[in-house]
Design a protein. Structure first.
Length: 82
């Protein structure tokens, strides 16, 4: 069950990065950086993959440093909880 929850969070994080990139290119409604970083805590692998697949937020230190750290913290937290 725990791997399913983490997988869903990773997919959601990946899709959030893609949606935010799409909206940034067309000038539409954006997802807040706070929401993206929070999702990195719960589905960090997906957010990390989304950063590089969509080439989104890769120049911001808050993301290229923060997302891997939050990803590791999230993985540790899931391991500890389950």
């Amino acid at each position: 069950m725990d791997i399913i929850v983490y997988g869903v969070c990773c997919i959601a994080g990946f899709l959030m990065m893609g949606w935010d990139k799409f909206q940034s290119m067309r000038g539409g409604w954006r997802i807040s950086e706070k929401a993206l970083l929070t999702m990195a805590l719960f589905g960090g692998v997906g957010v990390f993959a989304g950063m590089y697949v969509f080439r989104h937020k890769t120049r911001k230190p808050k993301f290229y440093i923060g997302v891997p750290v939050l990803c590791l913290l999230g993985l540790y937290g899931f391991e500890w909880l389950f």
